[in-house]
Structures are given as C-alpha cells and as structure tokens.
Design a protein around this ligand. Structure first.
Ligand code: HAM
Length: 424
C-alpha cells in the first residue's frame, strides 16, 4: 500500500532542505545580534491557550485549529502560531521575574486547517521574535529592524511595509460606538454573509475580509486613527520616527505606508501592527506580520506589561528568495573516482582528509568502471572529479578534472589534499 502526504503538508528535501537550513541559521545569527535568545515551546498546548489569546471569534480559532481530546480527555490543539506559547512559557518559567525585559526568537512548524493553495499550507513553518516586558515604541522599531535585516541578509528585495495603530482596547470601543458599527449596519445588505455575522460578533474582522464588495465598504469606513488618544498618537509617531533610523534595502519604498485599515487576523493586537508583503506571493501576499499585544501577559495571569513581536512564514520566504540567493548556497562539490583495490584504499584516505578540511566530497564505494563513476559524478553535478588509478598510484599522482571546462591536471599525491582545499 502506498501512502500519500496529507493535503497542505510538504516533504522538505533537496534544494528546499538546504534553503530551510540557510534561512534558519541566518535567523539565529541576526536575531542573536539583537539579544533575542531561542525559546522552543511544545507543538501541543491546551486548546484554551489559543482561544483566549487569539480570540474565540477569529477564523484561526473558529475554523482552522487542529484540536482534539487526548486519551485523558484533555482539550489540546496543535499550535497555529507561536506567540501564545511564548507568553505561557515566559510566565510559567518565571522568566518575567528573573529577566525583566525578555527577548526571544523561535522557529518551527505551525498548523492551520486552511484551504491549501500556493503559499497557504496546513503545516507551515514560522520564524518569530517576541520582546516581552516593554511599552516602548523603540521596541516596535527594534523587532521590525530585526525582521528587515534578516530579509536583507537573505537578499530579499522589493518588499512593502504597511503599518497601523489599532489603539488600546478602550480606544477601539470608542471607535466602534463612535461610528464604525453604525457605518457597517448602514451597509449591512452589501456585506458578505460572514461579515454580516461578524458585525455582532467581532467587528474588527470585517476589516480583514478579502471579498471585494466588503473591501470597498471597508475603505470608506471611519478609521481608528481618528479615535486614538494622545498616548497612542504619541506612541505611533515615535514608532514612525524610529523607523527612519533602520536604513535597510529589502523594502521597495524607503517609507513605510500607513494603512489605517490594516488589522491582523488575531485579536490580541493593541496599538502597533505591521505587515510585510512581497509581489512574488500573489494572493497570499503577507510574508510576515506582527505588532504589539499589551494585554496578553496580563490576561495570562502575569503583571501588566507590554510586548511586541512578529512571525515570518518560511515557505513564503522561500518563494521570495532570488535565484542568486540559491546559487550562493552552492559549495564546490568534489567526486573521487578510483580504479583498482589499492586506489580505493588511497581514495578513501583522501576522502577523509578532504572532508576533515571542510570540503564537500562524494565517492562511489562500489567503484565499477571509470565510465559508470563519471556518470555518477555527473548526476550529482560534481564541480571537480579526482581520478585515482593504480597506474597513477605507481607514479604517486592523481588527476583532477574540472567538469565545467574539461581541463585536466596532474597533482602529486602528497600535495593533493592541501592543493584541493584551495579549489574550494
Ligand atoms: P500571522 O499573520 O497569522 O501572525 O502569521 C504570520 C506569517 O505566517 C504570515 O505572514 C505568513 O507568512 C505565515 N502563515 C500564516 N498562515 C500560513 C499558512 N496557512 N501557510 C503558510 N504560511 C502561513 C502570527 O502568527 C502572529 N503570531 C505573529 C506575531 C508574533 N505577532 C506578534 N508576535
């Protein structure tokens, strides 16, 4: 019986496995520069952790979570995102008491039962950063800087950055009662059925709707920016000013675009929200997103403290990497071809010596004819082939063939390892 992977999941191998490795090690390098330390949380968490953090009326909680009762009748969920688990871990391990300002990054698989399509998976990977215990707008700019610098390091270009300020929960209430609810009630008939029910359940989600008739209505609705109090206004303008210091090259426009209708699909956000999109992503164009969630720590039983973070989707990130970035990854590949028993022994010694020096070297131990080994070298796209026959051994030499130019040269055996290391 042949099994197939589930829809919306992927096997990661070959070029993509290499790119995953590159992206993850790039993230570790860049984020450490900012003082973010890795925190790994479990994939399985209590279901309620997510319904409380993300909001019971969000699509993620309503429609997309992989959740089940385990054998002990506990309601568990496979994490759909990383922030809730990080805040739980921060409080459960008393990191709020021992560390003051806490800065974490994480990477790993997330699960959402969405309709699969390009860039939208049921098991996908996120790399994220969370900065806990701070209200400062500079922290918002700092996490965004970490994200943009990470994209710079990978050579991603042409991104768009949208920002908004969603105000505090109180300011949002004034926004709803001060015109937003009435406005959508007046356009009730033209809203899609989902948005009609969102009107009573969670009005903010209407601003997220992708249906074009709803979008048209949203773009003429009263914006949150008119309902911000002085503190939020001040916070937003300091954040915008701080962005001027970033100086990164992954963005198409030097200026961030303020989008007063930008909301995110999760309910925990307060004040700053942002989204990075990329033209290569098509309909699913959000590459990364994040913002501030100043109530989450308190709602999980901690002392009131602000926090801000983001997550980037790794599969979407790979879609944005240039071909050049993929080529940069390639190391020179050597293939050792041996003819005869003694040559095989010598070849194996050379293989070990070259690998000890950090070179990528392959060899076919079954060592049949020269032709079949050259074919194997071709198949793995070797850059150089090192030929070692009993005749060469008698003369204490080996032959190095450049597979691109076809050029061949003889190298003295005792110098071979050192001289090949320079071809790397
Ligand atoms: P999010 O906007 O739900 O935010 O997801 C962040 C990123 O994860 C998206 O921009 C996208 O690249 C990727 N992503 C989400 N769903 C899928 C999917 N079904 N298939 C492929 N990629 C996907 C969060 O998850 C928040 N926790 C971000 C955050 C951290 N906010 C504050 N701190």
């Amino acid at each position: 019986m042949k099994f197939q992977r589930l829809r919306g999941t992927h096997d990661i191998y070959g070029k993509n496995a290499l790119l995953f490795e590159r992206v993850e090690s790039g993230a570790r390098q860049i984020f450490r520069r900012f003082g973010f330390a890795e925190l790994r949380t479990p994939i399985l968490e209590a279901r309620e952790l997510f319904s409380r953090a993300l909001g019971t009326e969000t699509d993620v909680v309503q429609k997309e979570m992989y959740e089940f009762e385990d054998r002990s009748k506990l309601a568990v969920a496979m994490r759909p995102e990383g922030t809730a688990g990080i805040v739980r871990a921060y409080l459960e391990n008393d990191l709020d008491k021992t560390q003051g300002l806490s800065k974490f990054f994480y990477l790993g698989p997330m699960f959402r039962s969405e309709r699969p399509q390009a860039g939208r998976l049921r098991q996908f990977h996120q790399i994220g950063v969370e900065e806990l215990g701070t209200d400062s707008p500079y922290a918002d700019a700092e996490v965004l800087h970490a994200l943009l610098l990470f994209l710079d390091a990978l050579g991603v270009k042409g991104c768009t950055l949208k920002i908004n300020n969603l105000g505090t929960f109180e300011e949002r209430k004034t926004w709803y009662s001060g015109g937003l609810t009435l406005y959508f009630k007046n356009h009730y008939e033209r809203l899609c059925p989902d948005c009609q029910s969102r009107l009573t359940k969670n009005i903010l989600r209407i601003l997220d709707c992708k249906v074009s008739s709803c979008r048209e209505i949203v773009l003429k609705s009263p914006s949150i920016l008119a309902f911000l109090g002085d503190e939020s206004k001040n916070h937003f303008s300091k954040f915008k000013d701080a962005l001027n210091a970033l100086d990164v090259s992954c963005l198409a426009d030097a200026q961030a675009m303020v989008d007063p209708y930008l909301v995110r699909g999760l309910d925990y956000y307060t004040r700053t929200v942002f989204e990075i999109s990329h033209p290569k992503l098509g309909a699913q164009d959000a590459l990364a997103a994040g913002g501030r969630y100043d109530h989450l720590i308190e709602s999980f039983g901690g002392c009131p403290a602000g926090a801000v973070g983001f997550a980037i989707g790794v599969e979407r990130l790979l879609m944005c990497l240039s071909d050049q970035a993929e080529k940069d990854e390639a190391h020179k590949l050597f293939f050792i071809v041996t003819l005869g028993e003694q040559a095989l022994t010598e070849g194996f010694k050379m293989l070990c010596g070259l690998r000890n020096l950090g070179l990528q070297v392959f060899m076919d131990f079954a060592a049949k004819s020269l032709k079949s080994q050259m074919r194997a070298a071709d198949k793995v796209k070797a850059d150089f082939v090192l030929i070692l026959g009993d005749d060469e051994l008698k003369k204490n030499i080996c032959t190095l063939k450049d597979m691109k130019t076809g050029e061949q040269k003889e190298i003295a055996l005792e110098d071979a390892v050192v001289s090949l290391a320079t071809e790397k």
